[in-house]
Ligand binder design. Structure first.
Ligand code: HEM
Length: 376
């Protein structure tokens, strides 16, 4: 049975480095595969952080068409009512490094950035945090109704046997809060915006909860009246003059989350919007597919696989042939010394497609076809 990326379900880490990237024009499929392979390999030397990879719908479908759910599609943006809208930025790659030690998380993120730099342009580089009580900087606890982990797997992962099984569709949107305007509301006014109490996140009774509250707009039901959940992994960010939330929603069916968005932005037909949009504004929006570990490995090779070339790290030279003679199961990343970034940047890995078992990915790309792409 395929396994999901574990970093998606490792909740309550405090430090979050998100990178959003687009492919440089003319990038060949083999170059993307080699760069991501190297980024995964190089970052596996850093001890401990969770690393999650997501790919824009077009890119993932180009690389692994048989592992892409049919409903995975680019975010087109929403022109809502009452002046609210959700812009589309639709980027190609999302890499999320998270953990609890700043230096370790940063180093993994930077190592990945270096490995991708030749083929990708960095569009957004966002450092986020998670408060101990999961309180968003807008002042409310975020996550109270989030499914528990066992249910989270059920609501977010593509079922076994379907294309992309154990992967998840992830919608990511950067929101900027207008804190002065929200803070100017009375406590009751703020609670009406969310439909929950501020101190302890108790949901309002249905007869007093405004239909325009965030909770009311985001509780959606199926034909039998059962609630359709998503799994949220929001991470806030805050500097002295810019405060907001990186909304991260995982779902096995994109329709669930698209329905929530249409109810928030007033395109669902009932003439209502989510009043959170009066105080917070989305400035980016992209769908990504975060494949299973099995599909990541199929596309980019195993992160603990021995490369074909000699590795030099921290002044230590490791010859893979000798390592193989010592024991084929040797785990290089775990055994290699942790080197400073300057030394780690010297790591050499093979970029030969044949050595990475990715030959089947070549020449199948529609998205990655450009005038320079003589392999596609
Ligand atoms: C500025 C951005 C956002 C903030 C600060 C925010 C914050 C919150 C808070 C405080 C709650 C109530 C507590 C909880 O159950 O977690 C909540 C609930 C929820 N939010 Fe958001 N949210 C944001 C954007 C979104 C977006 C874009 C969606 C979906 C497209 C969404 C979907 C949901 C859902 C499904 C719930 C649970 C509703 C329920 O079952 O009671 N949120 N959010």
């Amino acid at each position: 049975m395929p396994q999901p990326q574990p970093g998606l379900f490792t909740v309550h880490t405090h430090l979050h480095f998100h990178q959003f990237l687009t492919l440089k024009p003319g990038t060949k499929p083999s170059e993307v595969v080699a760069a991501v392979t190297r980024a995964r390999m190089d970052s596996s030397w850093i001890g401990g952080p969770n690393i999650v990879w997501g790919f824009g719908p077009d890119l993932w479908r180009s690389l692994m068409p048989e592992s892409t759910p049919a409903d995975v599609a680019n975010f087109e943006g929403i022109h809502g009512i009452d002046g609210v809208s959700a812009p589309a930025t639709q980027w190609d790659i999302w890499v999320w490094c998270h953990g609890s030690e700043y230096d370790v998380v940063w180093e993994a993120a930077r190592y990945i950035h270096i490995a991708l730099a030749d083929v990708c342009d960095l569009q957004e580089d966002l450092q986020c945090y998670k408060a101990a009580d999961s309180r968003d900087p807008i002042g409310f606890i975020d996550g109270s109704e989030n499914p528990a982990l066992d249910e989270a797997l059920e609501v977010s992962l593509v079922p076994d046997g379907e294309p992309g099984a154990a992967g998840t569709s992830v919608f990511i949107q950067k929101w900027i809060h207008n804190l002065p305007a929200f803070d100017a509301l009375s406590l009751e006014g703020q609670e009406d915006v969310f439909g929950r109490s501020k101190a302890d996140s108790i949901e309002m009774e249905d007869d007093v909860k405004p239909a325009t509250s965030h909770v009311a707009r985001n509780v959606i039901l199926d034909a039998e009246g059962n609630e359709r959940h998503i799994f949220r992994l929001n991470t806030p960010f805050a500097s002295v003059d810019e405060v907001g939330t990186l909304f991260i929603g995982c779902t096995r069916e994109t329709d669930r989350l698209n329905t929530m968005l249409s109810r928030m932005f007033g395109t669902s037909g009932d003439g209502l919007t989510d009043h959170l949009t009066k105080f917070s504004t989305p400035v980016t929006g992209s769908w990504f597919f975060a494949p299973s570990m099995n599909d990541l490995t199929a596309a980019f090779g195993g992160i603990n696989a021995l490369p074909d070339e000699i590795i030099v790290s921290g002044g230590v030279e490791i010859n893979p042939d000798e390592a193989k003679e010592l024991g084929a199961d040797i785990n290089l990343p775990a055994q290699a010394p942790t080197a400073p970034v300057s030394a780690q940047a010297e790591v050499q890995t093979s970029s030969s497609p044949g050595s990475l078992n990715i030959g089947s990915l070549m020449g199948e790309s529609s998205y990655l076809t450009t005038e320079n792409d003589d392999e596609a």
